[in-house]
Design a binder for this molecule. Structure first.
Ligand SMILES: Cc1ncc(COP(=O)(O)O)c(C=O)c1O
Length: 475
């Protein structure tokens, strides 16, 4: 692609010399971004992508199938592909890379640990340090953790623990909820994704989540009087076998589109669990570890759950997850029997080192505060865009957990169609922004290390593409 044929972006530069090396001491990211040197996807990316497609089974995430880029390296909130193009990253591996890419402290800690010991269930200094760090930041009496590798695995373990503690077997989840794809959590998926996988594990019930922009029972907040909470109470009476072990909810729904319920919703759900003799599990896989501008999403409402599940940002890329509960609850058998709550990789020394340095760095560099501050600034900028562009129906956010609904009409709230959204995604990518903007419920979740320059660069691209979208829609 010629220089002239490239999309024009105020913040983009194509000059290789403009990409200064990052300052290793301060971990300052390169100051000028994004940097585009080929058409997108570039020729080397396409070659690798096509070679991989011959060997990898179908079913990769849509964002990678659409983009067809091959990533070579990353720094801060920037990813560079094998052709040398650098993108601002508002995805962060879907809220995984909390420390950003290639944080020097992260590299050093993993390098150090891999030279010492990697495997095993035996006590290690680093696992103890990690558990102490977790206990120092969790709310209430949630001080006992067990570690796993994947998010779904941790949620399944939380369900086993709830069953062990209550000696009951039913679970209530929510429409729009997502807790992973393994057998035990598949029935908790709150949309049509689970179709075709039946028969699903029995004993799982679902009820509407307080997704107020798209109210599942067509009411308006606050005049609804939180009718969804009342519905949950009725549903428990009408549909369960009276053996509820747990209610599980995301404090804010990630996969559904970074949805933020009204502040009274989670406390009300917690109360319903109590009234029914069930445990309340807060799935903090996405909302935990500083993502929402507090250590955990539940803190926005002062709710202390019985069990929290964490993962994703906990290891900043290393597959490590866990559940955290009270001393009393974790004593429950059979969960507490030897070898009953363990796994091959959960909390091994390498996983512990990754999670330990992540939590340590989040604290040392005040990344929870950065998430709150940068998130607030981005929210303000997104609201300004909403004033300019009629197709932005809703903007919401807590910390660096931001969402938008793009609509054909603000009154009907009909979402923009998939084809248009894929076009938006690719136009952003071609200008150097990676964002989950391929569906009408837009999710923005950059690394917690996001700098003002990175945020401005990414939002600059978004603004430019929204200008094009307005023309395309004739809006
Ligand atoms: C809230 C929540 N829980 C659980 C999971 C499952 O995590 P994993 O993909 O690591 O199994 C996800 C993944 O997106 C999630 O968003």
């Amino acid at each position: 692609m010629s220089e002239l044929a490239m999309p024009q972006t105020a913040v983009a530069t194509r000059l290789p010399e403009a990409q200064k090396p990052a300052d290793a001491a301060t971990h300052a990211p390169p100051p000028v971004l994004p940097r585009l040197v080929t058409s997108i996807p570039g020729p080397k990316s396409v070659e690798l992508f096509e070679a991989e497609q011959k060997l990898i089974s179908p079913g990769l995430q849509r964002m990678s199938l659409l983009a067809r880029i091959a990533v070579a390296s990353g720094r801060g909130a920037q990813l560079t592909d094998v052709d040398g193009n650098t993108f601002v990253d508002f995805i962060a591996g879907v809220a995984v890379a909390s420390l950003g890419h290639s944080h020097p402290k992260y590299i050093a800690a993993i390098d150090d640990q891999v030279r010492k010991n990697v495997v095993g269930s035996f006590t290690s200094p680093v696992r103890l340090e990690l558990l102490q760090r977790i206990a120092a930041v969790t709310p209430g009496n949630l001080k006992k953790a067990q570690l796993y590798s994947g998010g779904a695995e941790a949620v399944e373990a939380a369900l086993r623990l709830a069953k062990s503690h209550t000696k009951r077997f039913e679970v209530l989840g929510f429409w729009g909820g997502f807790h992973g794809k393994t057998g035990g959590v598949l029935p908790l998926i709150g949309d049509e994704f689970k179709q075709g996988w039946g028969p699903l594990a029995p004993g799982v019930h679902q009820t509407p989540y307080a997704d107020c922009y798209r109210c599942p029972i067509a009411l308006k907040y606050p005049s609804c009087g939180m009718a969804c909470v009342e519905l949950t109470k009725k549903q428990l009476k009408a549909t369960t076998a009276g053996s509820l072990a747990a209610i599980i909810a995301e404090p804010m729904q990630g996969t559904a589109g970074n949805v933020i319920p009204p502040p009274e919703f989670i406390p009300a759900i917690r109360e319903i669990a109590k009234e029914n003799g069930a445990l309340f599990i807060a799935d903090e896989m996405i909302t935990g570890c500083g993502r929402t501008g507090k250590w955990f999403g539940v803190e926005h409402t002062g709710t202390v759950p019985d069990i929290m599940t964490v993962g994703k940002g906990l290891g900043s890329g290393f597959p490590v997850s866990g559940l955290i509960s009270t001393d009393e609850i974790t004593q429950a058998k059979p969960y507490a029997k030897p070898s009953s709550s363990s796994s091959s990789y959960g909390g091994n020394a390498l996983a512990s080192a990754a999670a330990n340095v992540t939590l340590k760095t989040i604290a040392e560099e005040d990344l929870v505060g950065n998430s709150a501050r940068m998130g607030e600034w981005m929210l303000h900028r997104l609201r300004e865009l909403q004033e300019r562009f009629r197709f932005i129906g809703d903007v919401r956010g807590k910390g660096l957990f931001l969402g938008m609904d793009l609509v054909k009409d603000r009154t009907t709230r009909e979402p923009l169609d998939g084809k248009t959204m894929e076009w938006v995604y690719m136009e952003c990518l071609k200008r150097g922004l990676l964002a989950m903007i391929y569906s009408a419920r837009v999710r923005i979740n950059p690394p917690l290390t996001l700098t003002r320059a990175e945020a401005e660069a990414g939002l600059g691209v978004l603004e430019e593409v929204f200008g094009l979208l307005a023309k395309k829609l004739g809006a």
